[in-house]
Design a binder for this molecule. Structure first.
Ligand code: C2E
Ligand code: CA
Ligand code: CA
Ligand code: CA
Length: 278
């Protein structure tokens, strides 16, 4: 019989070896996946809390392996960013979104598609031109294409300020994503020409937790800030009716989460939008 400690140690060593091997192979696998066109997009509806209507959808990238397994961006995005492959992944995201959105805004002119652009992409020379070209490819009017950038994309403020300003001038509203989870101070937001603030799932989860009183204060603070900066708010990861009711009470206008819909393929999104309209 092996002592328990040795078994645990062996398992740990095996896990570390497995993970490091997996990590090392990941950039190569991503490159191959790009070539083999294994990425696709799903779209999670964004809901107007007042009317219950679907006003837009966030595009979320997925990787389908040849064995049918679907891999979450949380697994491969960090490796894509570290290896610099993120630029190619983002370019693929744009191509997929352009293809998926064909005729979408002709049929649903008030709808919007929101794309996640990584902190590394936002400082690329030419990112504004690329997004403006994408807007045209998508036959999107002003306000049909949104961009989400995380707080990390707001570092190097002088550059970020002018990029966000240029996007907004081009009819591409910008949302700050995962707000409150990073290190920037709240007042920092004032410098940017942002349109939307996405309230991270972390704060939404807190609504149902035991320290609701404490986090309620943080949430109230974020909401007051957003309001004072004239930012519209989108709460993400809403799973319960209690969360929905609290968010409405706080005056949050938009929400996204499994309570409303899981991410859908474009065909299904259109079908549901058609049913809603008709
Ligand atoms: P995110 O931008 O914060 O996206 C929201 C994540 O929460 C999505 O996970 C979504 O599926 C999930 N979610 C939505 N509603 C609920 C809910 O009610 N409950 C729970 N438990 N989860 C919910 P996903 O699709 O795995 O994406 C993870 C992250 O990967 C995203 O976080 C985003 O930062 C990144 N990502 C996804 N697609 C892209 C992309 O095309 N480009 C870039 N740069 N990043 C992306
Ligand atoms: Ca996002
Ligand atoms: Ca988010
Ligand atoms: Ca999040």
């Amino acid at each position: 019989l092996l002592p328990v400690g040795a078994v645990a140690g062996a398992v740990l060593i095996w896990a570390i070896l497995f993970l490091s091997r997996h990590q090392m192979a990941l950039p190569q696998a991503i490159r191959a996946a790009l070539r083999a066109k294994q990425f696709f997009l799903v779209y999670q509806p964004i809901v107007d809390l007042e009317t219950g209507r679907w006003t837009g959808a966030e595009a979320l990238i997925r990787w389908r392996r040849p064995n049918g397994e679907v891999i979450s961006p949380e697994v491969f995005m960090p490796a894509a960013e570290e290896s610099g492959l993120i630029h190619d992944v983002t370019e693929r995201l744009f191509q997929l979104a352009a293809r998926d959105a064909r005729d979408l805004f002709r049929d649903f002119p008030d709808f919007h598609i929101s794309l996640n652009v990584s902190a590394r992409d936002i400082h690329d020379a030419g990112i504004v031109e690329r997004l403006v070209a994408l807007k045209q490819q998508m036959h999107a009017g002003d306000g049909n294409l949104f961009v989400e950038i995380t707080e990390r994309g707001l570092t190097r403020p002088e550059q970020a300020i002018s990029i966000i300003h240029a996007l907004r001038e081009s009819g591409i509203p910008v949302a700050v994503d995962d707000f409150g989870t990073g290190y920037s101070s709240l007042s920092y937001l004032e410098s940017f020409d942002l349109d939307y603030l996405k309230i991270d799932k972390f704060f939404v989860d807190c609504i149902d937790s035991e320290d609701e009183a404490v986090t309620g204060k943080v949430l109230t603070h974020i909401i007051e800030l957003a309001r004072s900066l004239d930012l519209r708010m989108i709460a993400e990861g809403v799973e319960t009716t209690h969360q929905r009711d609290q968010l409405r009470r706080y005056g949050v206008q938009f929400a996204q989460g499994w309570l409303y819909a899981k991410p859908l393929r474009m065909a299904e999104l259109r079908e549901r939008l058609g049913e809603e309209a008709g």
